[in-house]
Structures are given as C-alpha cells and as structure tokens.
Design a protein around this ligand. Structure first.
Ligand SMILES: C[S@@+](CC[C@H](N)C(=O)[O-])C[C@H]1O[C@@H](n2cnc3c(N)ncnc32)[C@H](O)[C@@H]1O
Length: 321
C-alpha cells in the first residue's frame, strides 16, 4: 500500500540570500524553516527569514512564480538526455519527486507507462490534474517491487536523508535489467566564475524589479559583496552553523550521490549539465517576463558551459547493476 502523506509544502521564496540549488522544496522531514547546509534551504513562509525585493507567485505552485515551471522549461533538455538511456515505450517508468509532473507528462506522451511519486500534496494534485498516475507519498512508502524498467530521480535524491536506503529502495522497484537515472546538482563544482554568473544575474534582475534578492542572510548578517565569498557564505559549511542549521542538513552533493551509487555496486555514467539557471529562476518574481528571463539565463549558461567559461553545476547520472 502506498502512503498518502500530507506534508508541509515548503516554498523557495527567497528569504535572506541563502538558497537552494534547485527551485524545489524538500520533503525529508526538515523543511519547516529547514536549512540545507551548503545549499541552504528555506522552508518558505519566512520564519526567521528576511524577505526582500519583489513579490512572489500565488496559487499556482508553493514555491515558484505562477509564470515559471522549471520542470516544463527543462523538459526538452531532459527528454533529449533520457531518450538514449531509457528502454523503448511502453516501458514502465517511475519518476521520484515528480513535482508538478511536466516531465512525467512528456514521458507519458511519448508512450511510457509512468508513475509519478510525489510527497507534496499540492504538487501531487497538480500532476494528477495532468491525467498522470500519481502516488502521493515519499519514495520509501511506494511499494512496487520489480515493477519498473527505469526509476528517475529528478533533483529529488539530494533531498532524501538516507541516501543508501533510498538507492536500495529504488533498486527494489526495478526489474533486474532496470536502470536508475538521476538529474542532480554538483554545487561542489562551483568556482568564482559560477558565483559571478549567479549573483550578477540575480542582482541585475533584482535591480530591474523582476527578481528578489537580499542584502542579509537568514541570520541577519550582511552578505559579502564579493561573489565568491558570497557563494561560500551561502553554500559552504562554516563550522559555525546554528544548532538548527546543523540539525537540518539533508542535502547531499552530487559527489555524495555518485559515491553512494557506486557503493551500492552500480556502474555509473556521469554527464555534466547546466544547473545555475535554476538558482536564478527560483528568485524571479511573478511577472510575465519571468519565463523568458529564465530561458535566457539557461541558454547563456549552456553556451558558457560549452565554451568552458563556466563549470557544470548539474549532473546527469545513469546507474546500472
Ligand atoms: C527540487 S524538487 C524537483 C521537482 C521536479 N522533479 C523538478 O525537477 O523540477 C524536489 C522534489 O522531490 C520531492 N521529494 C522530496 N523528498 C522526497 C522523497 N522522500 N520521496 C519522493 N520525493 C521527494 C519534493 O516534493 C519535490 O517535488
């Protein structure tokens, strides 16, 4: 039996300048006011946070402006990566952390039999509205041994505290020849160029009134003005975090995830991808230009990744037994 849990739907509305590298929200049980170390998380709802800048979306989604659906924007890129590694339709696929279901819907449209696992009730409802088969539960509560030929984690595995347990559970969902596919972040690959790209974009867009930013972090301390220091301030463990921060450190790095997959005995291929644009997009205000801005930032990042002037802040992982 699948659990149908109800959890607080966190928001990524920026409070302070610390942010998560994804525009998503966590469901590892820590999100209310939760903090991700090195990918600092706001459970939304501004507890203890400092809300600065322009407004945010209403009604459409718990954490993004109404004009933006990151999943939808990224679907063509993700489909292009997936096609060569997925079995042919109508293979059965499980997407873990399907969010609003845009990717799951594209996969269903391509002829796959898709199950979307999503613990957030609002997101699960939005995905179900697309006509998808949605399981409103955490991964660990989705019991379907040997049912799927592919299990996809779309920026969800880094939210799950028990990494080996989650991988083992996902392997249990797969057929013997099934494949695990993951889109993840690699914030550990950031450098000064990445920090400049991120904060220059955010600050310019905030000055133009179409994004929110902050001069202070969650603890009310001023942000460093130097972009690299600002990155470190927001994403690198200082060793001086508050007990609350220390207790809410569920976010795994891409390196942690690759290591856990290998430790589970899997053969892993690791393709570098873009990722910074999502951190910009999650700060965009609910304006009609938001989608175009997000797309432009994404395309610029892709060009700079291709010409070698930016590191790859995303990773596309394929893991097989
Ligand atoms: C960053 S969002 C990604 C959403 C969407 N896949 C995308 O790429 O935009 C992370 C998603 O993982 C889900 N999630 C968090 N913990 C989970 C868990 N234990 N099991 C399944 N999904 C989980 C969240 O509810 C959220 O929808």
């Amino acid at each position: 039996m699948d659990a149908h849990q109800h959890q607080h739907g966190g928001s990524d509305t920026p409070a302070g300048d610390r942010q998560r590298p994804d525009g998503g929200h966590a469901h590892s049980g820590h999100e209310h006011g939760g903090h991700e170390h090195g990918g600092h998380e706001h459970g939304g709802h501004k507890h203890g946070g400092h809300e600065h800048g322009v407004g945010h979306g209403h009604g459409h989604h718990p954490y993004l402006p109404a004009h933006i659906d990151l999943t939808a924007l990224a679907v063509p890129d993700t489909m292009a990566l997936l096609r060569p590694v997925l079995p042919e339709p109508p293979a059965a696929i499980c997407e873990v952390g399907a969010g609003l279901g845009a990717l799951a819907a594209a996969l269903a449209g391509a002829g796959y039999r898709v199950t979307a696992v999503e613990p957030d009730p609002d997101s699960a409802a939005a995905a179900a509205d697309r006509g998808l088969d949605v399981v409103n539960a955490e991964l660990r509560d989705h019991q379907a041994p040997g049912r799927y030929e592919a299990v996809l984690f779309t920026r969800s595995l880094h939210h799950i505290e028990d990494l080996p347990g989650a991988i083992e559970h996902a392997l249990g969902l797969l057929t013997p020849s099934g494949v695990l596919v993951l889109e993840e972040f690699a914030r550990e690959r950031a450098n000064e160029a990445a920090a400049r790209f991120l904060y220059d974009a955010i600050d310019l867009l905030a000055a133009a009134g179409v994004a929110s930013t902050s001069q202070e972090d969650d603890e009310g301390r001023p942000q460093p003005t130097d972009p690299w220091q600002r990155w470190q301030h927001n994403f690198v463990p200082s060793g001086h975090e508050s007990p609350e921060e220390a207790a809410h450190r569920p976010l795994h790095t891409g390196t942690d995830i690759v290591a856990a997959l290998r430790a589970a005995g899997l053969t892993v291929t690791d393709e570098p991808t873009i990722g910074l644009w999502r951190m910009v997009a999650q700060r965009l205000a609910d304006t009609p230009v938001a989608n175009d801005v997000a797309r432009r930032v994404r395309d610029t990042e892709a060009r700079r990744l291709a010409d070698g002037s930016l590191p790859a802040l995303g990773r596309f992982l394929v893991a097989r037994r």
